[in-house]
Design a protein around this ligand. Structure first.
Ligand code: AKG
Ligand code: FE2
Length: 286
């Protein structure tokens, strides 16, 4: 995986790496140790309080069957749980990459933490929202494909991501052919790992086959997992509904964009302000 810093950030190369290359890149040095420690403290506190692992999670069917789902815990709605998460979501380097990859008016579909406790289980190999149910391709449009992206993921590591701790596994290049991996794809024989240190940020196209892996170490493995989407894709989390009204009212322009507030549809058009609202002239007036 190629590594970029804010100084060497080259969005053209990153876009082609995500679409035509391995499907993932590392951004290094975006966050200070103090910022990572602050985020980690909140994630640990919130997930310690969820001892039974009662929050909804995804791609954990086997762990649920085995009664081990509490060793992998999610913390949802992070924007409401600390200002640090707004800073992470709207980091200028991440914003720059996302604008180039999924369009300047992109939104955020979800921001959550994924903590895998020592002994915790891995996930089913999968692809991410909105492709996450592509195991049933007939529910998607004819000829849908991955020549252009409908998703981008950012994983901000809060702990060392090693083979032992359960660093995310992925099969390089598999984003090029839109396909939900199955047994015959031999995912676990072919996969590589998204390795890194606390503070490293992996940006990947969610169409690449991937999954969290079991944590065989004695330390926790947590990350902030943010999903970014083109402006017209229905987000996974209803963030404006989950956040306090005050938060939404006082949100910065970048956070407003990420919350989808710049793109007002669906709207009750029968009750909307009259006059012309779309078209080149309307754009100019905005
Ligand atoms: O935590 C990880 O390593 C990956 C999580 C993931 O891919 C997901 O939940 O969709
Ligand atoms: Fe995923």
């Amino acid at each position: 995986m190629r590594v970029f810093t804010e100084e060497t950030l080259d969005t053209e190369t990153i876009v082609s790496e995500l679409l035509d290359g391995v499907g993932a890149v590392t951004l290094r040095g975006l966050f200070t140790p103090a910022e990572i420690a602050e985020a980690r403290d909140i994630v640990m506190r919130e997930s310690d309080a969820d001892e039974r692992g009662r929050k909804v999670t995804h791609f954990q069917g086997n762990a649920e069957k085995a009664g081990r789902i509490n060793l992998q815990r999610r913390v949802w709605n992070l924007l409401g749980k600390g200002e640090i998460f707004s800073r992470m979501a709207a980091h200028p380097a991440i914003m720059k990459v996302m604008r180039a990859f999924i369009g300047s008016e992109f939104i955020m579909g979800s921001i959550a933490a994924n903590r895998i406790l020592p002994g915790g289980p891995g996930q089913e190999p999968h692809i991410d929202y909105p492709y996450w149910d592509f195991h049933s391709p007939e529910t998607h449009p004819a000829r849908i494909n991955a020549t252009f992206p409908l998703n981008a993921q950012a994983t901000i590591m809060l702990d060392p991501f090693t083979e032992e701790t359960g660093a995310t596994a992925f099969v390089p290049g598999t984003q090029r052919e839109l396909h939900y991996p199955d047994e015959s794809d031999r995912f676990f024989e072919r996969c590589e790992r998204m390795l890194g240190e606390p503070g490293d940020t992996v940006i990947f196209f969610g169409a690449v086959w991937h999954c969290a892996m079991p944590n065989r170490s004695s330390i926790d493995r947590s990350a902030i997992i943010t999903q970014y989407l083109p402006k017209f894709v229905k987000p996974m989390e209803d963030m404006p509904a989950a956040l306090p009204a005050e938060f939404v009212k006082n949100a910065s322009p970048d956070i407003r964009q990420l919350l989808g507030l710049n793109y007002p549809y669906p709207e009750v058009l029968d009750a909307a302000r009259g006059g012309n609202a779309e078209g080149r002239d309307a754009m100019k007036a905005r």
